[in-house]
Design a protein around this ligand. Sequence first.
Ligand code: CMP
Length: 300
Amino acid sequence: GVSAEPTSGNFGGGFRAHNLSTERVRVRKNSSTKKLINDAIVNNDFLKKLDPQHMREMVECMYEKSYTEGQLVIQEGEPGNYLYVLADGLLEVSQNGKFLGEMCPRTAFGELAILYNCKRTATVKAVSKANIWALDRQTFQSIMMKSMQATQEEYFSFLRSVSLLRDLPEEKLAKIVDCLEIDYFDKGDYIIREGEEGNTFFIIAKGEVCVTQTMEGCTEPQEIKTLGVGDYFGEKALISEDVRSANIISIENDTQCLVVDRDNFNQIVGTYEELQAYLREYVEELSRCDERRNALPISP
Ligand code: CMP
């Protein structure tokens, strides 16, 4: 019969031509789509070990394909040419004709054959009409070939440009690079809500956000300032368990933030007191200085 996953470039007819060269094709997506794909990757036990920069590039390069009810997505025993993320619809997984389970949206699958170069371990079939994002093996490999070192260096120099981290010792900064994640936001999305507990620190990698805060005598939170690439917010979450002192709202579509989680940070950075002391000093210094106090995004 016809293979579920042809290797040719006209897969399903609906795919844009994908490239075999090192020049990768990125496909425009809105940030909720990027978030969906990213969530699926992060929630997959095998894919979550990949480097965040690689994940980000995978998100950018996936292309969409729709399947009709009953259509095979993956056939057990065949070579695997694509990695998938289910966006919409329901899929059924089976092995040797035996039903294994269903797959819901926000799930990545088909990773085993791509990661381990093995035959497809199970059959995946569309139970309903389904929308699926796919990444071909060549693109996946070309993303992975970008050395870990190049990736680390990119992040490293970006983090160096963030004022808060400018004077941080090299090895501390390298540790932070290790525990970065990325999050995507649409225009109007609340990244942080005033009064909520928070344990994440954000650095803006793309886009702009607006900071608003409740003020005496005003019914609505008032806009304090906007922040852009290289600016950060939520830094207090790394040094204390205070609730958020302002709202942070994305004012562009596809705002991207590098996110550092306090626990993650604690775990990976290890000798954390030193950095904590450094951050505390930095925040204190800022609040000593009136002019700069105003520049501190979520200072009380
Ligand atoms: P792969 O072997 O490349 O292709 C079939 C995919 O089905 C496989 O990767 C997994 O993503 C998925 N899969 C395999 N076994 C199961 C299972 N028991 N339950 C759900 N999904 C599975």
